[in-house]
Design a protein around this ligand. Structure first.
Ligand code: ADP
Ligand code: ADP
Ligand code: MG
Length: 485
C-alpha cells in the first residue's frame, strides 16, 4: 500500500493539533480540525483549512468514534491523525478508520490489540527476555484483588505501586505503603481510573525507589525497518506525570545507553510495531539496572525535545510511514546534536499542588522568541481557558550546544515569557533553572519531593509579582527596552 494523503483530519485539540497542522501544511496537505463547543475560541481551529464542530462536549465528542469518522467523510479527508490522549491508543478507533477507508496515522489495529493493556505488554516483553519491573497481571475484582496485592507484597516487599492497565499521565498510580492501606488505595485507584478511562483494570508493581525515567523514541516502517532516535530523560514529574523533559538523557554509561536503545528496538520488533512509538524504562542509578515499563503507541507530548536534537520531524515520519513509504533514515545517520529541554507551560498553580487554574482569561500573552526556542501551540490575549480540558497551554522547547547553554536559554526564554491571567508553571521552571542539582544535571523521579526549596523560590517570585498591577508587567518590559535604546 502506498497512498499519498491529500487531506488530513486531526482528531485532537490544542497544542498537539497545532503541531500536526503545521507539519501537514509543510507537506502540502489540506487540514481539517474538529472541535467541541468549549474550544470554539481556540486558535488551532483557525489554523486548519476547515473546522468541524462535533458537539457540546466536554471531552465525550473527542472520544466519539462515529462523529470523528462522520467529520472525515463530510470534509473529504483521507487520513486521521489522533495526536496523543483521547482516541490515540484506541484499537477500535484504528479499526473504524480502516473499515471506512481512512488512513490511521499510528500502529496497525493488530499491533494495538496485541499490545492490549500495560500488564499484557509486560508479559510479552518478559517472554522475550526483556527485564520488566516485577509486577502482577490485572488484579481480580473485590476482596480477591486485595489478597493478590498482599501476596505480591509478600514476595517483593512494601511499598508497592498500583497502576492502571489503561494508564497515561500518571492517572490511577497509588502507593501502598503497608498491608493496612491496600484496600483503601485499591479502591481509590479503581475509582480514579474508572472515571478517567471508563475501565477499572489495575495491576501492581514493585516500587523502585527514586529511579530515573528514561525513554527511547522509535520509528518503524511497514517493511520491518526500526530505528531509534535516542533517549529522553523525563524524571522531573509531579503526581507521576511529566513536567520537564530533556534530550539526550545524561550521565548514563555508554554501554548501558546502547543496551537500552537495543532493547527498545527489540521490544518494537517483538510486537511487529509500525509507526512512531516510545519505549519507557525505569533506570536505577545505583545498580545501573533498567526495566521496561511501557510502550506508548503514539506520539508523546515531549516529542519536540527529540526533534530538536536529531533534526527529524517525527510527525512527518509518522505520516510518511502511514502512507506506506520506506523509512528514509539509517540508524547511523541519527546523531544527537547538543541538548534540548522541553517544558509544559500549564495553567496550574505550582504552590497549590499544581492544581489546574483554568477558567481564567489570558490578559496578556507575549511569547519569547530568538535562537533555540520553539513553541508548539498558540493562545492569545482574551482567550478564556476552558476548565474542562487538560491544563497544558503551550509546549516550549529550547536548545543549546551543551547542557549549560540549554539551561541558560531556558531561563532566558522563561524570563521573557509573559502570561498574565492564569497562574502558570513558568515561575516553577524559573526556580528549577537556578536550583544547583538541576544546573548540574542531577535529578530523578523524586526530584520535586526532595526540593522544597523550589516552592519557596516560586513563592518569592509570586510575592514580587503581586506587588505589581497585572498590566504593569507589560509596562516594565517596555520601559526597560526604552532605557536600553
Ligand atoms: P505519558 O506519555 O508517560 O503517558 P504524558 O504526560 O506525556 O505521559 O501523557 C499523559 C497522557 O495524557 C497520555 O495518554 C497523553 O496521551 C495524554 N495527554 C497529555 N497531555 C495532553 C493534552 N494536552 N491533550 C490531550 N491529551 C494529553
Ligand atoms: P503512565 O502510563 O501514567 O505514563 P507509567 O507506567 O509510565 O504510567 O509511570 C509513570 C511514572 O510513575 C514513571 O515515570 C515513574 O516516575 C513512576 N513509576 C511508575 N512505575 C513505577 C515503579 N514501579 N516504581 C517507581 N516509580 C514508578
Ligand atoms: Mg508513561
Amino acid at each position: 500500500m502506498n497512498k499519498k494523503i491529500k487531506k488530513l483530519l486531526i482528531a485532537n485539540r490544542g497544542e498537539v493539533a497545532f503541531s500536526i497542522i503545521k507539519t501537514a501544511q509543510s507537506m502540502g496537505m489540506k487540514t481539517v480540525a474538529v472541535y467541541e463547543m468549549p474550544d470554539s475560541e481556540a486558535n488551532y481551529i483557525r489554523l486548519a483549512g476547515t473546522a468541524v464542530m462535533i458537539g457540546d462536549g466536554p471531552v465525550k465528542d473527542y472520544l466519539d468514534i462515529d462523529k470523528i469518522i462522520w467529520a472525515a467523510h463530510k470534509t473529504g479527508a483521507d487520513a486521521i491523525h489522533p495526536g496523543y490522549g483521547f482516541l490515540a491508543e484506541c484499537a477500535d478507533f484504528a479499526a473504524a478508520c480502516e473499515k471506512n477507508g481512512l488512513i490511521f496515522i499510528g500502529p496497525s489495529v493488530q499491533v494495538m490489540r496485541r499490545l492490549g493493556d500495560k500488564a499484557a505488554t509486560k508479559t510479552i516483553m518478559k517472554k522475550a527476555e526483556i527485564a520488566t519491573v516485577p509486577g502482577t497481571g490485572i488484579l481480580s475484582s473485590g476482596e480477591d484483588g486485595v489478597r493478590e496485592i498482599l501476596a505480591f507484597a509478600e514476595k517483593v516487599g512494601y511499598p508497592i505501586l498500583l497502576k492502571a492497565v489503561d494508564g497515561g499521565g500518571g492517572i490511577g498510580i497509588r502507593e501502598v505503603e503497608g498491608a493496612d492501606s491496600a484496600r483503601t488505595q485499591l479502591n481509590h485507584a479503581r475509582h480514579e481510573v474508572l472515571f478517567a478511562f471508563n475501565h477499572d483494570g489495575i495491576y501492581a508493581e514493585k516500587f523502585i525507589a527514586a529511579p530515573r525515567h528514561i525513554e527511547i523514541q522509535i520509528l518503524a516502517d511497514s517493511y520491518g525497518k526500526v530505528v531509534h532516535l535516542g533517549s529522553r530523560d523525563c524524571s522531573i514529574q509531579r503526581r507521576h506525570q511529566k513536567l520537564l523533559e530533556v534530550a539526550p538523557a545524561s550521565s548514563i554509561p555508554v554501554d548501558i545507553m546502547s543496551a537500552m536503545c537495543r532493547t527498545a528496538i527489540k521490544a518494537a520488533r517483538q510486537v511487529g510495531y509500525v509507526n512512531a512509538g516510545t519505549v519507557e524504562f525505569l533506570y536505577d542509578l545505583k545498580t545501573k539496572e533498567f526495566w521496561f515499563m511501557e510502550l506508548n503507541k503514539r506520539l508523546q507530548v515531549e516529542h519536540s525535545v527529540t526533534e530538536m536534537v536529531v533534526g527529524v520531524d517525527i510527525i512527518k515520519k509518522q505520516i510518511e510511514i502511514a502512507e506506506g513509504n520506506h523509512l528514509d533514515l539509517q540508524q547511523e545517520d541519527v546523531v544527537m546534536k547538543g541538548c534540548a529541554i522541553h517544558v509544559r507551560i500549564n495553567a496550574e498553580d505550582p504552590l497549590n499542588h499544581f492544581w489546574p487554574d483554568g477558567g481564567r482569561t489570558v490578559e496578556i500573552y507575549r511569547p519569547p522568541a530568538g535562537p533555540g526556542i520553539r513553541l508548539d501551540g498558540t493562545i492569545k490575549a482574551g482567550y478564556a481557558i476552558p476548565t474542562v480540558y487538560d491544563s497544558l497551554l503551550v509546549n516550549m522547547t529550547v536548545w543549546g550546544t551543551c547542557w549549560d547553554e540549554a539551561v541558560a536559554n531556558l531561563k532566558r526564554a522563561l524570563g521573557d515569557f509573559v502570561i498574565v491571567g492564569p497562574k502558570t508553571t513558568i515561575p516553577f521552571y524559573l526556580a528549577i533553572c537556578d536550583e544547583p542539582d538541576f544546573k548540574r544535571g542531577i535529578f530523578d523521579t523524586s526530584y520535586l519531593d526532595d526540593h522544597d526549596c523550589l516552592f519557596d523560590a516560586v513563592g518569592k517570585v509570586e510575592k514580587a509579582d503581586r506587588n505589581q498591577p497585572s498590566a504593569g508587567k507589560d509596562t516594565v518590559k517596555v520601559s526597560s527596552l526604552r532605557r536600553i535604546l
